[in-house]
Design a protein around this ligand. Structure first.
Ligand code: NI
Length: 166
């Protein structure tokens, strides 16, 4: 099932997600629906927060063939090092892209949808994507990293778009 994606500045994007404590069919269904939603958007990552489910669940697929689904339940960053700047976009901020500086390399521990735990080392686009999605779980959107001037410009742009849509 394709889920509807909240759009910035929806206040529900500010909610902090709770850890997943029960692994079962409901979680498997959520992960399945989130993956379907991400692929159909299309996007390379989606956090549960963006579909108004406030649990620590992320799906990512940065593969070109769109066959490399990564499911991160209860992700925790164990190590982060270096700095890298990358242009980011977000399914919750359609049509807007800007540069954000994040850690260049991270090591993450997460569970899959069945509860199995593992560690992942990430750099490049995957490192950016994991950090971007983990921000969502904390109620943070990538535009929060931008200067207040840029955020004011974005707000004006969104207002204009809403007027046109309305
Ligand atoms: Ni996003």
């Amino acid at each position: 099932m394709i889920l509807s994606i909240l759009e910035y500045p929806d206040p529900r994007l500010r909610k902090v997600a709770a850890p997943v404590t029960s692994f079962g069919p409901d979680l498997v269904r959520l992960v399945h629906d989130m993956a379907e939603t991400m692929y159909s958007a299309p996007g390379i990552g989606l956090a549960a927060t963006q579909v108004d489910v406030h649990k620590r669940v992320i799906v990512i697929d940065i593969s070109e063939a769109r066959d490399g689904l990564l499911v991160l339940v209860n992700p925790e960053i164990l190590e982060a090092e270096g700095e890298a700047e990358c242009e980011e976009g977000c399914l919750s901020v359609p049509g807007y892209y800007d540069k954000v500086t994040r850690a260049a390399r991270i090591r993450v521990r997460a569970q899959d949808e069945h509860g199995a735990s593992r560690e992942i080392a990430a750099d490049g686009l995957l490192a950016v994507c994991v950090q971007h999605e983990m921000d969502h779980l904390m109620g943070k959107v990538f535009v929060d990293h931008l200067s207040s001037l840029k955020r004011a410009r974005l707000a004006a742009k969104l207002k204009k778009r809403q007027r046109l849509a309305g």
